[in-house]
Design a protein around this ligand. Structure first.
Ligand code: NCD
Length: 314
């Protein structure tokens, strides 16, 4: 095990493979612990974790809350509608309030790319990015990698097709960084309007049709069409989008026969994925992704809290 060298987890871009592998190994041990029904409530005893969510979330917030509680932390959820942000408080005022409360671990979701990084410069707590704008969502990519590794026995040399609204997806960005660092072949499959310009520079192969993009893939990762981030006009209609880019049994048959199907949730059924595929226990690992999410977040909280201890306040 190599000691994680940072105080925060803000992004996966640039994180060296040994640290990724270590986080995944630790998460695997937490996955086994969770299945056994045991907890480790002494690890974060006396530590305070604040979930600071400026954007809606069900699974990510709940997952961090469970992870913190299973490790014994005091967990507080601050959602924007109840906070002073609606009254005009700036992000930096929020930071000084959190500092005064002696928060140890701060989980932040924000619509603005870079907001967690900005907060991390102003708070004493270790900051975990739980999704910032279209930038990154590191714990989602870690839980995706753990799920893939459990099914394929490895990450190296797999072909992973990331399909759909890559343009607005922080999940796609974090996955591209992690999977490329772990020597996967990463493809993005989407209409040109849903791809960032110069996406090739991220080291991915680009496909504009599912037929060629899914051929011989080991992993098919579907993304939600993020309508709330679109000004409009990027896709003709949901029905047409499904016809060309929605994953159904026929398109999935182009991938390897044992290819797994993933989706970070929440799903738009009948838009980017057909229910028959999403609910097929032989192919879909979507439920397991949620399960691995708790384990990964326990591993991240554990890892960052070790660095906290080293720099503990008197
Ligand atoms: C993702 C997000 O919020 O970035 N969801 C999640 O965290 N499970 C993806 C999405 O919203 O489509």
């Amino acid at each position: 095990m190599v000691a994680y060298p940072h105080r925060h987890l803000l992004a996966l871009q640039g994180l060296e493979p040994p640290y990724i592998a270590d986080l995944l190994d630790l998460a695997e041990s937490y996955a086994l612990l969770n299945r056994s029904g045991k907890t480790q409530r002494d690890l974060l005893k006396g530590r305070t974790l604040i979930n600071l969510f400026f954007e809606d979330s069900t699974r990510t917030r709940t997952s961090f809350e469970l992870a913190g509680k299973r490790l014994g932390a005091d967990v507080i959820n601050m959602s924007v509608s109840q906070s002073s942000v609606n009254k005009g408080e700036t992000l930096l005022d929020t930071a000084s309030t959190l500092n005064a409360m002696h928060c140890d671990l701060l989980v932040v979701r924000h619509a603005m790319s870079g907001a967690p990084a900005l907060l991390s410069q102003k708070v004493d707590a270790a900051v975990i990015n739980a999704g910032d704008g279209t930038h990154e969502h590191p714990t989602q990519a870690l839980l995706d990698a753990l799920t893939i590794r459990r099914h394929k026995g490895k990450l190296e040399n797999l072909t992973v097709a990331i399909c759909g609204d890559v343009l607005h997806s922080r999940v796609a960005r974090s996955n591209i960084h992690l999977l490329s660092a772990m020597n996967c072949r990463v493809r993005v499959v989407a209409p040109p309007t849903l791809l960032p310009s110069e996406v090739e520079r991220m080291g991915v192969e680009v496909f504009h049709d599912m037929k060629s993009g899914l051929r011989d893939a080991d992993v098919v990762m579907m993304l939600r069409l993020q309508k709330e981030r679109m000004a409009g006009g990027l896709v003709p209609s949901a029905r047409e989008y499904f016809r060309f880019f929605g994953l159904d049994g026929a398109k999935l048959s182009l991938a390897k026969p044992d290819a797994i199907v993933m989706h970070p949730g929440p799903m738009n059924r009948g838009v980017e994925i057909d229910s028959a595929v999403a609910d097929d226990p032989a192919r879909s690992v979507i439920g397991e992704q949620v399960e691995m999410g708790v384990a990964v977040r326990m591993a991240v909280l554990d890892t960052l809290s070790r660095n906290l201890r080293r720099n503990a306040r008197p």
